[in-house]
Write a protein that binds this ligand. Structure first.
Ligand code: NAD
Length: 388
C-alpha cells in the first residue's frame, strides 16, 4: 500500500469494487445435494473485508461466527456486512458457540500456528492466511495432526488458481519455452501501516509478500531443492496507526535464490521498501512481476501474480511477443477460502495443496537461515507437481 493511501481508503476502494466481480469459476448455484459450509472467521481486521464479501458471493457458504480479541471489530464487521453471525472474543468461546465446518484464520501471522492447532484439535477444517504456521516443523505437525483428526487444513495464497498461472503452467508443460533455465519474481510496497505484527519477530516481508512469488515460481518450475538468500532490515523503525513508532525486528528486504530440478534457478525479491505507485491497487500495474526464461521462449506475467493482468509470451524469432490470457475468469486473490468451502461442499480436491504451502514455509525458514549463516540450505519438503 502506498504511503498516501490510508487503510480506510484502501478498504473502501477494494472491498467494494470486488463485490461486482464475484466468482464465475465456482458454480454460483448450490445444488440440493451440496452441503452449505458453515464458516467461522477468526481475526476481523483489514483482510476480513475482502474475505467476507467474497464468501457472501457463494451460495455454498454461510458465515455463522466472527471472532476477534477486539470483539468490537467482530461486531463491526457483522453489522457492516449484514452477516447475522454470532460474535466472540476468544477461540475457546468460538469453539463452544455456533457449530461450524471451516475456520478461517485471518489474525496476526504469529498466531496462525497456535490457533490452527486448536481448531484442528476440535475437529474443524481450517483455511489459514499465510503463513500456515511460524516454522516448517510447526506446519508439518499441523498437517499430520489434521490427518489424525480426520479434517483438512489449507493455506493462502491462492495464486495457483488464477487463469494466468494455469496458462503459464500449460505453456511450460507443453514445452513452448524449450528447456527452462531461469525465472524471476518480485513483489513489494512501502509496507502496512495498520498493524505492527508485520515488523515483529516471525512477521517480515517474506511471509507477507515473498510468499506469493514463492508459491508461483515453485508451482510453475517445481519444488525447490535448496535455498540461498540475503535478507536485511532497511527501515529500523516504522510508524503504525494508533500505536506510533515501533522497532522493526524481522526482514523488510529479501533476495532469495531457489535451486529446482534440471539446473533451473529462480530468484525472488520482496520487501516493505519498494516504491510502487499502484501499491495494493495492482490491477493498474502495466509492468511485469514474473519472468520465466527457456532456450526457446520466455514469458512475462503482467501485473502481480496475486492480481494478474495478462501473460506476454515471446517464443518466435520472427513474430512480435503475443499477449495471452487477458481474461481473469473471475479470479480474485481472496477466493481461496471460498474455493475450499466449495471443495468441501462438493467433496472434490482443490488445486491449492497444503503440501505446497508447507514447502513455501520451509523456503521462508531456510532463507532466513541461509542469510544468517551465509550458506546454502537444503530442503526436505515437496508437493505434487505439475500443478496444472
Ligand atoms: N490486509 C491485507 O490486505 C492482507 C492481504 C492478504 C493477506 N493478509 C494476511 O491476513 C492476515 C491478517 O492481516 P490483516 O492485515 O487483516 O491484519 P489486521 O491487524 O488488520 O487484523 C488482524 C486481526 O486479528 C485479531 N487477532 C489477533 N490475534 C487474535 C487472536 N488470538 N484471536 C482472535 N483475533 C485475533 C486482531 O485483533 C486484528 O483485528 C495476515 O496473515 C496477513 O499477512 C492481509
Amino acid at each position: 500500500m502506498s504511503d498516501s493511501l490510508t487503510r480506510a481508503a484502501f478498504l473502501q476502494k477494494t472491498s467494494m469494487a470486488s463485490a461486482a466481480l464475484l466468482l464465475s469459476s465456482i458454480e454460483l448455484f448450490a445444488k440440493e445435494e451440496e452441503k452449505i459450509i458453515r464458516v467461522a472467521i477468526i481475526g476481523c481486521g483489514s483482510v476480513s473485508n475482502r474475505y467476507i464479501v467474497h464468501l457472501q458471493s457463494s451460495p455454498l457458504v454461510k458465515i455463522v461466527s466472527l471472532c476477534d480479541i477486539k470483539q468490537d471489530r467482530a461486531e463491526a464487521q457483522n453489522k457492516k456486512y449484514n452477516i447475522g453471525a454470532s460474535t466472540y472474543n476468544h477461540i475457546d468461546a468460538l469453539l463452544k458457540g455456533n457449530a461450524f465446518d471451516l475456520m478461517l484464520t485471518l489474525t496476526d501471522m504469529q498466531m496462525h500456528g497456535a490457533l490452527n492447532k486448536i481448531a484442528l484439535g476440535a475437529g474443524k477444517n481450517v483455511w489459514s492466511e499465510k503463513p500456515l504456521a511460524n516454522t516448517y516443523a510447526e506446519g508439518k505437525a499441523l498437517v499430520d495432526y489434521a490427518k489424525l483428526k480426520g479434517v483438512r487444513i489449507w493455506g493462502a495464497p491462492a495464486v495457483v488458481t488464477s487463469p494466468q498461472f494455469e496458462f503459464m503452467s500449460k505453456t511450460i508443460q507443453e514445452g513452448k519455452l524449450g528447456k527452462l533455465a531461469s525465472a524471476h519474481g518480485q513483489y513489494g510496497h512501502t509496507g502496512p501501516t495498520w498493524s505492527s505484527f508485520f515488523y515483529e519477530p516471525l512477521g517480515g516481508s517474506m511471509p507477507d509478500l515473498g510468499v506469493y512469488n514463492m508459491a508461483t515460481l515453485t508451482g510453475l518450475l517445481g519444488p525447490a531443492k535448496s535455498v540461498m538468500a540475503m535478507t536485511s532490515i532497511v527501515n529500523k523503525e516504522r510508524e503504525i496507526d494508533e500505536k506510533g513508532i515501533v522497532q522493526v525486528k524481522e526482514e523488510d528486504n529479501a533476495h532469495i535464490l531457489l535451486e529446482h530440478d534440471n539446473g533451473v534457478i529462480s530468484h525472488i525479491m520482496c520487501g516493505f521498501n519498494y516504491f510502487d505507485p499502484f501499491g495494493h491497487e495492482a490491477k493498474n500495474q502495466t509492468l511485469h512481476s514474473i519472468q520465466i526464461f527457456g532456450d526457446k521462449g520466455n514469458m512475462r506475467l503482467i501485473g502481480y501474480d496475486w492480481e494478474p493482468k495478462n501473460v506476454v509470451l515471446d517464443n518466435s524469432w520472427t513474430e512480435p511477443p503475443q499477449v495471452h490470457q487477458t481474461d481473469d475468469g473471475g479470479y480474485q486473490w481472496q477466493e481461496g477460502a471460498t474455493r475450499i468451502a466449495a471443495a468441501l461442499s462438493k467433496n472434490i480436491e482443490p488445486r491449492i495443496n497444503v503440501l505446497h504451502s508447507l514447502h513455501v514455509l520451509e523456503i521462508i525458514e531456510a532463507a532466513r537461515k541461509s542469510s544468517k549463516e551465509g550458506m546454502k540450505v537444503k530442503l526436505v519438503s515437496s508437493f505434487p507437481y505439475p500443478m496444472v
